[in-house]
Design a protein. Sequence first.
Length: 113
Amino acid sequence: MAQEAPTYSIGEVAKRTGVKAHTLRYWETEFDGLQPAKDDMGNRTYSEADIAFVERIRYLLYEAKYTQEGARQVLNGRMNGDAVEGGDGDGQEGLWALRGFLVKLLQDLDEAP
């Protein structure tokens, strides 16, 4: 029997990522890939993949110093009309992509019969 993947509240995600709850809610409107599920009460429930995506956005905006539009382009896999090969040049994009893939793989394995 597969275990249900853990989910986290917006407060837990804010504490874990260092991104304030109101910023997380704002990012949902700005980044298509960030759409946490909602429980029966309407509260956001974040998966590990959602948290990885938040961390990626945080990295692009706060550390790599992309604008929101630039971060959106990187997250959508394009920059100036071309595919993003090396991301920001320091290898971080490739690592984020790998992390996201591995998190998704683990979730898929947990959900497998």
